[in-house]
Design a protein around this ligand. Structure first.
Ligand code: PLP
Length: 472
């Protein structure tokens, strides 16, 4: 016998659980200022709370949420709040968070225009706004990705296609086995570049590491010499807009013309640093970057939209499309609208651009410029004030929103161990959260400010917390 179809009470289930969730969300967000910024419960405790035996019977949606929220208590970091300065992590602005909820409520498969016309047109609009904000040519194609990792992978897939098409090699059909090898020239770079090269079959052995200056900027003479020795073979030059340690920018105006003279594809990692273009005060740092061939950036860092949100841009839209597009008879392809799967790694996907659309409308260009300027000012203030405490020193003054300090071992024997020890104490104190890094052979504390919620009072509270950790 066919079972009766599931009940109409689904409607009230949605209402009850969504109203309950709204309450939990507001309570969580309101509490960010007072709760420990670090997680406070152990791995064992979290496993005990979450890793329940797989149940045969389901439970009410409201109970699922109630128990999940209660089990997560103490297991979250306050990365959306005002005193989280580790890695490069932003919070979520109100409109972008709400838009993210709507994305889930609408639950559209934003892979094709036919599947969700509104999601397609929202992404089309947001992609065009992003190009204006980030200083990328209007003619570039784009994709909304899960993050900068996926944006690099998308851009470098387009690079692989573009470079090898020029040599008459159809990499989409033949793959890389037997193809002309691609060499990648880079100075300092984020690990996501290497992972993209691994995923794409280009491999990390293809990377030629070039000299950088004291701030981590690629030296133009080193690039010129390396490309000239490469004899015109296909090459990618991976540049940085915002070094993860110092925030420094490669000198694009010098490097890109050199790379192009040798026919190289220039890719820019602007995960957070590309946002400097949104501020008249910092835009000069990207001078010359618009001439690149591809750019990767993130929304979940400096634009403060919820995870996960990244952006890929490609100057040669044909290469981009060739590397991603697919046609199938069971799909409906749009002739005059945007089918996201022509540009993305994913086939089915959420309406990933919707939160970005909302954040840009919420902040406007002036609000985004203000966010960038504010984070840079706070980073600079934090580095100076922490660096001037007894027992601390500045290693790299903040460039944009990134700087480095370290802590001095009074016995003079191990500043590295002392730095890690003080960072651990700050984190354990729960008032602020920082991470460590190794820069020029020294352990340092990264000061990275990306959150829209940080205020003057957060900076004061943080400096006090660092002082207490030094003196503990
Ligand atoms: C410079 C840089 N590039 C790439 C990434 C990777 O970004 P995502 O985590 O969004 O993949 C990061 C940070 O995580 C970064 O700081």
């Amino acid at each position: 016998m066919i079972k009766p179809s599931p009940k109409r009470i689904f409607k009230t289930d949605y209402k009850n659980v969504l109203e309950q969730t709204l309450g939990h969300a507001i309570e969580y967000l309101d509490g960010l200022d007072d709760r420990s910024v670090a997680a406070t419960v152990s791995l064992a405790e979290l496993r005990e709370r979450f890793a329940l035996p797989l149940a045969e019977k389901g439970i009410a949606p409201t109970r699922v949420i109630e128990e999940m929220v209660s089990a997560a208590e103490g297991g979250l970091t306050g990365s959306g709040g005002g005193r989280f300065f580790a890695w490069v992590i932003g919070g979520a602005t109100p409109a972008s968070l709400a838009a993210d909820w709507m994305t889930s409520a609408w639950d559209q498969n934003a892979g094709l225009y036919a599947c969700s016309p509104a999601a397609s047109v929202i992404e089309e609009a947001a992609g065009n706004w992003l190009k204006q904000l980030l200083g990328i040519p209007a003619s570039a194609s784009f994709a909304f990705t899960t993050g900068c990792q996926a944006a690099h992978t998308t851009c470098l897939a387009a690079a692989r296609n573009g470079l090898l098409t020029r040599l008459g090699w159809d990499v989409e059909e033949k793959g890389l086995a037997g193809s002309p090898p691609i060499t990648v020239f880079a100075g300092n770079r984020h690990g996501t570049i290497d992972r993209a090269l691994r995923i794409l079959g280009i491999g990390t052995a293809s990377v030629r590491e070039l000299d950088v200056d004291a701030d981590g900027r690629l030296v133009p003479e080193a690039l010129e010499a390396a490309l000239s020795a490469n004899d015109g073979r296909p090459s990618i030059v991976a540049l940085q807009a915002g070094d993860l340690n110092t925030g420094s920018y490669d000198p694009f105006e010098k490097l890109i013309p050199i790379a192009h003279r040798y026919g190289a594809w220039v890719h820019v990692d602007g995960a957070f640093g590309q946002w400097a273009n949104a501020s008249p005060r910092y835009r000069h740092l990207l001078a010359g970057a618009a001439a690149a061939d591809s750019w990767a950036a993130d929304g979940h860092k400096w634009l403060n939209v919820p995870y996960d949100s990244g952006y890929a841009f490609v100057a040669d839209s044909d290469a981009h499309r060739r590397s991603m597009s697919h046609r199938a008879s069971y799909l409906i392809h749009a002739d005059d609208a945007r089918d996201q799967m022509d540009w993305n790694l994913e086939w089915s996907r959420r309406g990933r651009g919707i939160a970005t659309y909302a954040a840009i409308r919420e902040l406007g260009t002036s609000g985004i410029a203000d966010l960038v300027d504010r984070c840079c000012r706070y980073a600079s203030e934090l580095v100076e004030r922490i660096g001037s405490l007894d027992g601390a020193e500045v290693i790299s003054p903040a460039q944009i929103n990134q700087g480095l300090v370290r802590f001095i071992d009074p016995s003079g024997t191990s500043h590295d161990a002392r730095t890690d020890e003080v960072i651990a104490r700050i984190v354990a104190g729960g008032e602020a959260f920082f991470g460590g890094t190794t820069w020029n052979g020294m352990r340092c504390m990264r000061v990275s400010v990306s959150g829209w919620q940080t205020t003057d009072s957060d900076i004061d509270r943080t400096v006090e917390a660092v002082k207490a950790a030094i003196n503990a």
